[in-house]
Write a protein that binds this ligand. Structure first.
Ligand code: MLT
Length: 325
């Protein structure tokens, strides 16, 4: 009898410690893996929301950039981390939407191997080019691409990245076959665009908006139904005469599968506070991000988004024959 009571006490003690640890979570800094180079859109969103989340959580969210393979290297690492709330990641429409279609041997399943935390930002896609590109509007770009689509080079952040998948989508609409130049993120790609050493790319607004506003690169169009308040002079693809190219990306926070529900809730609460914080909101909106609506902000809503995005992009990308392996 005594042994049973001792075992029971030990079990309760462990459970209490576990619960207590979760109850006091976080007790130390949290690593947020960003699967692209510093300075790109995913990194920028991670650092903006992470800064405010750190204040709410009382522990620093430390961004770790783990680039490679279109973001799948970093996400694979994060998926395998301890589900203790101390490793989270910023994924997106590429890593958690396109990757299964492009990487037959992908080491994770976006729909099963994560504890979704919440959507951080929608990111409209723009068609941008170096200042020396021989076209000054979308019509001119389309005409140039029709004649020279196999002589230009298109920057992207690795097979399966948002810039890659939206780039091959544009190539299929234009029936162009550009040389694809891979970077460890569209931060470095943008540097080459500004240096006129790469011709064009399709990228997320939060990365390219400042350089468009600064006149350092050309923006031919934004691929959303409406113009962005952050870039009121950039026409939509439809306005500028290119039907059939509409796409917007998204970035979201995930934890490894098995992360305790009360830790998931604490992280989601901190993300919601960040998205409601005036300074954080302004920083995201000034870069052209689209803030998630109330119904889009829960972990359950993110799970549904990932499920639908994998289902949406898999046939599209397989039809485009765009595989990484
Ligand atoms: C991409 O998918 O293109 C990435 O978000 C680029 C980046 O964040 O550097």
């Amino acid at each position: 009898m005594k042994a049973t009571l001792l075992a029971l006490a030990a079990a309760v003690g462990l459970a209490a410690t576990g619960a207590q640890a979760q109850g006091n979570y976080p007790q130390r800094p949290i690593t947020m893996i960003v699967p692209f180079a510093a300075g790109g859109p995913t990194d920028v969103i991670a650092r903006i929301v992470g800064e405010n989340m750190s204040r709410t959580l009382g522990q620093q969210i430390v961004v770790e950039n783990v680039a490679g393979a279109g973001g799948t290297t970093g996400i694979t690492r994060a998926a395998g981390a301890q589900p203790d709330g101390y490793t989270i990641m910023m994924g997106h429409m590429g890593t958690h939407g396109a990757a299964p279609a492009l990487y037959p041997n992908l080491k994770y399943d976006p729909t099963k191997d994560f504890a979704p935390i919440g959507l951080a930002a929608g990111t409209p896609i723009l068609i941008v080019a170096k200042k020396d590109f021989p076209a000054n509007d979308l019509k001119g770009f389309v005409e140039y691409m029709k004649k020279n689509g196999d002589k230009v080079n298109m920057a992207h952040a690795g097979v399966g990245s948002v810039s890659h998948m939206t780039g091959i989508y544009l190539s299929s609409v234009l029936a162009a076959k550009p040389t694809m130049v891979a970077y460890r993120g569209t931060g470095p790609a943008l540097n080459d665009l500004m240096a006129n050493t790469v011709d064009y790319m399709t990228d997320q607004i939060v990365n390219v908006a400042p350089q468009i506003q600064g006149g350092n690169i050309k923006a031919f169009a934004i691929a959303t139904p409406q113009r962005s308040p952050a870039l009121p002079n950039v026409p939509t693809t439809k306005e500028a005469g290119l039907d059939g190219y509409e796409v917007s990306a998204w970035n979201a926070i995930f934890a490894p599968k098995g992360t305790a529900p009360d830790i998931v809730k604490k992280l989601n609460d901190a993300l919601l506070k960040a998205l409601d914080d005036e300074t954080t909101k302004k920083r995201l909106l000034d870069l052209g991000a689209v803030l998630p609506t109330a119904s889009e902000r829960s972990p359950e809503a993110l799970q549904k988004l990932v499920d639908s995005e994998v289902a949406r992009w898999t046939p599209v990308l397989k039809a485009a024959g765009a595989t990484a392996e």
